[in-house]
Design a protein around this ligand. Structure first.
Ligand code: ADE
Length: 228
């Protein structure tokens, strides 16, 4: 296994770069890719920056230029369900691009010519990641929705939940990585710590949480994953 680990922001990968043994830094396409060993696993860590295009580009480069065989996205998300609380972890089983709408040419959410409106994560990778996360905090499994919008209004998240009743979390990259990995045949998983409730308080909660628990959880989960 050569594992690519993507996060949007530095806080979401806090401590991982320091844990990389024999690190080697490579600049490409306005990003820094750091290769090395993470607790015996051959790994490449990178920050994608925010959004679907940024994440898709990063995932494709990880595969095509750095030869990764598996990808994990680790970061924070807004809650998409009343039972999913700040500080909980959501591990994706499926991901959807909630802002994709080519109707009436194709059904809403469907990615044209794939015939799919959601992408499933790799079962083995997801099980291992969820097991690692359960040692850290409460874990939920299910649907994550991604789009190029920070969801910071109660009316926004309510409208999204009405369209996607199974929704557990919202973020801005996971489903883009999912599409790239699907198209390239790369097993992938997405794990998100809940930083806010995607409501009117979301921006303030996000700013607070990203600096505190998010960073520690990401490190602890990836540590447990690599040791498993
Ligand atoms: N990432 C963390 N919180 C989010 C939110 N409320 N909307 C989109 N992405 C997020």
């Amino acid at each position: 296994m050569r594992l690519g680990i993507i996060s949007a922001l530095a806080e979401e990968q806090h401590g991982l770069l320091e844990a990389l043994q024999s690190p080697s830094r490579h600049f490409y396409g306005m990003r820094e890719y750091t290769t090395g060993k993470l607790w015996e696993i051959d790994a490449v860590c990178v920050l994608s920056r925010i959004g679907k295009v940024a994440a898709a580009m990063t995932a494709a480069i990880l595969v095509e230029k750095f030869g990764v065989t598996h990808i994990i996205f680790t970061g924070v998300a807004g809650s998409g369900d009343k039972n999913v609380n700040v500080g909980d972890i959501v591990v994706a089983d499926t991901l959807i691009q909630h802002d994709f709408d080519a109707s009436p040419l194709f059904p809403r959410f469907e990615i044209p010519l794939t015939g799919l409106s959601s992408f499933a994560t790799d079962v083995a990778l997801t099980e291992r990641l969820a097991g690692a996360a359960r040692q850290v905090t409460r874990v939920h499994r299910g649907l994550i929705a991604s789009g190029d919008q920070f969801i910071g209004k109660l009316t926004q998240i309510q409208a999204m939940k009405a369209d996607l009743p199974d929704l557990l979390a919202v973020e801005m990259e996971g489903a883009a990585v999912a599409q790239v990995c699907f198209e390239l045949g790369i097993p992938f998983a997405v794990i998100r710590t809940i930083s806010d409730n995607a409501n009117d308080d979301a921006a303030v909660d996000f700013m607070h949480f990203i600096k505190t628990v998010a960073s520690r959880y990401a490190f602890d989960v990836i540590h447990n994953f690599c040791k498993a």
